[in-house]
Design a protein around this ligand. Structure first.
Ligand SMILES: C[S@@+](CC[C@H](N)C(=O)[O-])C[C@H]1O[C@@H](n2cnc3c(N)ncnc32)[C@H](O)[C@@H]1O
Length: 275
């Protein structure tokens, strides 16, 4: 299957306008790989016909399916390990500072199918059982894509998914077998609230956050979009809060409003004190 230049340009602009995700002209193969299953499922004669249908008939359901298919939802439990080890240390340090209000808000800002927020919930249950029992802990997990959020809310993972990053003892402790898969335990599930949110659109009310995981999503945006996003994050993050980016992402060239700090095997960012 092939995609015509005009159709490719339309898709590239649509993706950028709706999500902020940028694909360059060399990514025609990606469009073909990601959209061919939709063309086949819907028995549409060609990829160009699919694009023309969105352009001319304004088929919003089809448009949404195309946008969801074009995005990368790759994730895993305890991805890269070190941010979670660093988070453990940060929570330990934060406990005395937060003990008057006994609340903790952690935002997983591009949560995909849920492995990231559930890893945080497992970490909290495993390392901070007293906090989980007696504090108000909120893990707010957001993503732009409804189908991945639906999967995340379901909280059921295959062997392939649990084998990626989850130690066998944690699997036994925090998951129940369910029809050949693994269902996340209520102790973890109840800490996580899933919401649909476009990072590059207007944000609904979010509480001030102690920690934000903004991991492996900024790399799909252009520099201006990244700069605007981290500036907006600064308004949601508490002054002593911490922001984690993905392993291949940095603030270099995009923002001066944060200081970079060293964690256990990774960096994280804290808002600079206003001068
Ligand atoms: C590669 S996954 C990262 C998942 C997780 N944070 C991790 O590091 O494993 C990127 C996620 O970002 C979401 N995404 C892309 N653009 C977005 C936007 N504008 N607003 C919110 N989420 C977005 C995608 O739907 C996808 O699920």
């Amino acid at each position: 299957m092939k995609v015509g230049p005009e159709q490719f340009a339309f898709l590239r602009d649509l993706l950028r306008r709706r999500t902020g995700v940028v694909i360059d002209d060399s990514k025609q193969y990606l469009v073909v790989a990601r959209l061919t299953p939709i063309v086949r499922q819907r028995a549409i004669p060609s990829l160009d016909t699919l694009v023309d249908r969105i352009r001319k008939s304004g088929d919003k359901a089809l448009e949404q399916d195309v946008l969801n298919a074009m995005m990368t939802h790759e994730t895993s439990f305890f991805r890269d390990k070190s941010p979670f080890e660093t988070l453990q240390g940060l929570i330990t340090e934060m406990i005395p500072r937060r003990s008057a209000h006994r609340q903790l808000v952690i935002w997983s800002a591009a949560s995909s199918t849920g492995q990231e927020p559930y890893s945080i919930a497992i970490l909290l249950n495993e390392r901070f059982p007293d906090l989980v029992a007696t504090w108000r802990i909120r893990i707010i997990a957001t993503d732009i894509s409804e189908p991945v959020l639906a999967r995340a809310r379901e909280g059921v993972f295959s062997d392939l998914e649990t084998n990626r990053g989850l130690a066998p003892d944690l699997l036994r402790k925090y998951f129940r077998p369910l029809q050949g898969k693994w269902s996340i335990a209520q102790d973890c599930r109840r800490l996580v609230e899933f919401r649909c949110l476009n990072l590059n659109g207007p944000w609904p009310m979010l509480p001030p956050c102690d920690v934000i995981f903004l991991r492996n999503v900024m790399l799909y945006f252009d520099i201006a979009t990244r700069a605007a996003l981290v500036a907006k994050m600064r308004r949601v993050l508490k002054p002593d809060g911490s922001l984690f980016l993905g392993g291949a992402e940095t603030m270099i060239g995009i923002d001066t409003g944060y200081e970079r700090l060293s964690g256990v095997g990774c960096s994280y960012y804290r808002p600079k004190a206003r001068g």
